[in-house]
Design a protein around this ligand. Structure first.
Ligand SMILES: NC(=O)c1ccc[n+]([C@@H]2O[C@H](COP(=O)([O-])OP(=O)(O)OC[C@H]3O[C@@H](n4cnc5c(N)ncnc54)[C@H](OP(=O)(O)O)[C@@H]3O)[C@@H](O)[C@H]2O)c1
Ligand SMILES: *[C@@H]1O[C@H](CO)[C@@H](O)[C@H](O)[C@H]1NC(C)=O
Ligand SMILES: *[C@@H]1O[C@H](CO)[C@@H](O)[C@H](O)[C@H]1NC(C)=O
Length: 306
């Protein structure tokens, strides 16, 4: 191993077959100063095409692709143990799945599966890398959370709960980690236009809504879905924008246009302010809401250009 490789920071990223994980891995691998050696992982290596393309010249140089399934302890152990000295300087826990729709229409099995990836996947990875990080007295655990880990939203009950779990876990861990010189960062993007969005809407369109009452089904189809799509098209960031973010202590919201909505939570400990704001946004939204989304869209385009 050359000296360069030794001074490089080893970053292990999960869920790199698409979206944010792919963008983060490619972005770090292409670092002009070649500061990072990226182990870009995915559970299904047959999906490596898009990452290989994004990695370009860096493939097998600063970026290496490995298999890792966040739901399998054995797979995680195999991957980490295959690294020289099992050294992971930075863990980017990104693998995650979405779920929207009325709770009555979700099976317990699907709900547990989501937690198995979004929450227990993180727990498995941290259990695997933390002891080594502690021993080295250095490391950084970066976790893809969401604005829904700060503020819940109707029809996102289970997804939001999984991100709250992630937030509570990291917030607690961060205190101990600090004692061992290990950094912890929760990245909290708003809407990001990735496969995630496509998969979730695709499922929503074909979802069997017979398990819920007519009014709820109607609210989901006719109010929530159009609202949510509008939010994505007006506030949505690209995964590359999220990958650009630098990570300050503990929390980093990537989308400043979404911040007024998460700020409500901290402005009112009783929770009434955000509750009423989101209620009005979904159930009483009118041309004013439409117009403000239009303004935000303009701002977003401008911000994107600079
Ligand atoms: N898109 C958004 O609006 C948004 C907003 C806030 C936060 N986030 C969070 O950002 C993260 C990445 O999402 P994304 O938007 O980039 O979505 P994406 O394009 O769907 O990417 C999700 C990635 O996670 C992988 N994955 C799922 N289950 C896995 C498992 N058991 N083991 C390993 N990898 C697994 C997927 O692999 P496969 O291809 O094999 O399924 C895929 O590579 C998620 O944690 C998500 O909750 C997304
Ligand atoms: C990169 O390395 C992998 C595994 O060692 C190998 O299968 C693949 O062909 C290599 N790709 C390039 C472009 O060198
Ligand atoms: C809001 O905008 C959509 C197009 O994005 C339009 O179809 C709809 O009629 C508008 N609603 C109101 C109340 O202005």
């Amino acid at each position: 191993m050359s000296i360069i490789e030794w001074i490089q920071v080893l970053v292990l990223v999960t869920g790199c077959s698409s979206g944010i994980g792919l963008a983060v891995a490619a972005r770090l691998a292409k670092d002009k100063l070649r500061r990072f050696r990226v182990v870009a992982t995915m559970r299904d290596l047959t999906k490596r095409g898009p990452l290989e393309e994004a990695a370009g010249e860096t493939l097998n140089k600063t970026l290496e692709i490995k298999e890792l399934d966040a739901c399998s302890e054995a797979s995680i152990k195999d991957c980490v143990s295959s690294l020289p000295d099992r050294r992971v300087d930075v863990l980017v826990n990104n693998a995650g799945v979405g779920m929207i729709g009325p709770l009555e229409c979700q099976s317990m099995a699907a709900i547990k599966e989501l937690f198995d990836t979004n929450f227990f996947g993180l727990v498995r990875l941290v259990k695997e890398v933390l002891p080594d990080m502690k021993q080295r007295q250095s490391g950084h655990i970066v976790v893809m959370s969401s604005v829904m880990g700060i503020q819940g939203l109707l029809f996102n009950d289970v997804y939001s709960a999984s991100k709250f779990a992630v937030e509570g876990f990291c917030e607690s861990l961060a205190i101990q980690a600090m004692k061992f010189n290990i950094k912890t960062t929760l990245v909290e993007p708003g809407p990001v236009v990735t496969e995630f969005e496509r998969k979730v809407y695709e499922l929503a369109e074909t979802m069997d809504l017979s398990g819920t009452d007519e009014e709820t089904a109607k609210i989901f189809r006719e109010l929530y879905l159009p609202y949510s799509k509008k939010v994505f098209s007006s506030l949505g960031q690209t995964p590359e924008e999220v990958a650009e973010a630098s990570y300050p202590p503990l929390r980093h919201q990537t989308n400043r246009l979404y911040m007024p909505m998460t700020a409500l939570k901290h402005a009112d400990p009783t929770g009434r302010l955000p509750l009423e704001a989101f209620y009005k946004m979904i159930f009483k939204h009118d041309s004013v809401f439409n117009a403000s989304l239009g303004v935000l869209r303009l701002l977003q385009r401008r911000a994107g250009k600079k």
